[in-house]
Design a protein around this ligand. Structure first.
Ligand code: 13P
Length: 250
C-alpha cells in the first residue's frame, strides 16, 4: 500500500511576518522535486501572506490550532471558519505543548476534532508519551488511550481526513530523537490499534508521521522505516536549508 508522505513544518511561536515571508520566498526557490506533501504551519499572523505566496506551489499552509466553537466571546482564539476564510484546509491538533501548557485535555481535543471535521478541515493529530511514561514502560498504553479518547468516536470515512503525528514528548526540542526502531515500533502499534477498531484498510491508508528533533542528520534513517510516512518538524524547519534537506531525505 502506497501511503501519502508528508513533511510538515511546525513553526510554533517563531518568526514574525517578515521572517515568515523571507523563508517562504527562499523555500520556493529551493523547493526540491518530491512525492511528499509539504506543509508549513506558521503563526496566525503569517497565515494569509504565506497562503497567498504559496498559492501556485505545492506547499500547503496549515494552522497550528483552532477553537472548538464556531464563533463567540473567546478572546485570543481563532475559529475553523476564520481559518477557512484565509484558505486554510488543515490544522494541527493535540500537540503536546497545547496539552501541557494550555491544559488541553482529551475531552477538549475530541471537541476540536469534531469542529475541524464539521468544517471540512483535515487534521494532523499529535499523540505521544512523556518521559515518565517511557521510563515506566507504559508508552504504548498512553498513546493508545490518547487515540481512543479523542478519535475513536469517528466514522471510518472520517479517517481519510486525518494524519497521526507520533511525537514523544521527551524528544521534542531536546535534541534527543527516538531511535528509528523506537519510532517504527510505536508507529506499528498505532496502526495496529486503528486496525483493531476500523480495520486494516483504514489503518493501511493512514499516514503516520514522526516528530521530535527530526533533522537532516537523522531524517533518512527514520523515513526508511516501513510505518513512518514523514515528519512533523519543529526546530529544523526554521531554516530553509535544513528543511529542504529533510524534504530531500524522504
Ligand atoms: P522539534 O523538531 O523542535 O523537536 O519539535 C517537534 C515538534 O514539536 C513538531 O511539532
Amino acid at each position: 500500500m502506497k501511503r501519502r508522505k508528508i513533511i510538515a513544518a511546525n513553526w510554533k511561536m517563531y518568526k514574525d511576518l517578515a521572517e515568515a515571508n523571507d523563508f517562504i520566498t527562499f523555500l520556493l526557490e529551493k523547493l526540491p522535486d518530491t512525492n511528499a506533501e509539504i506543509a508549513i504551519a506558521p503563526s496566525y499572523i503569517a497565515l494569509w501572506h504565506a497562503f497567498e505566496a504559496t498559492r501556485n506551489y505545492p506547499v500547503e499552509i496549515i494552522a497550528q490550532n483552532l477553537h472548538y466553537a464556531e464563533q463567540g466571546a473567546f478572546t485570543g482564539e481563532v475559529s475553523a471558519t476564520q481559518l477557512k476564510s484565509v484558505g486554510i484546509q488543515r490544522v494541527i491538533l493535540g500537540h503536546s505543548e497545547r496539552r501541557e501548557y494550555f491544559g488541553e485535555s482529551d475531552a477538549l481535543l475530541k471537541k476540536k476534532v469534531q469542529t475541524a471535521l464539521k468544517n471540512d478541515l483535515n487534521i494532523i493529530f499529535c499523540v505521544g508519551e512523556q518521559l515518565k511514561d517511557r521510563k515506566a514502560g507504559t508508552q504504548v498504553e498512553v498513546v493508545k488511550s490518547q487515540l481512543q479518547n479523542t478519535l475513536f468516536h469517528l466514522n471510518k470515512n472520517d479517517w481519510q481526513h486525518l494524519v497521526i503525528a507520533y511525537e514523544p514528548v521527551w524528544a521534542i526540542g531536546t535534541g534527543e530523537t527516538a531511535s528509528p526502531q523506537q519510532a517504527q515500533e510505536m508507529h506499528q502499534h498505532i496502526r495496529e490499534t486503528i486496525t483493531g477498531t476500523y480495520g486494516s484498510d483504514t489503518a493501511e491508508k493512514l499516514s503516520v508521521i514522526y516528530g521530535g528533533s527530526v533533522k537532516p542528520e537523522n531524517a533518512s534513517a527514520l523515513f526508511v522505516q516501513p510505518d513512518i510516512d514523514g515528519a512533523l518538524v519543529g526546530g529544523a524547519s526554521l531554516e530553509v536549508d535544513s528543511f529542504v534537506e529533510i524534504i530531500k531525505s524522504i
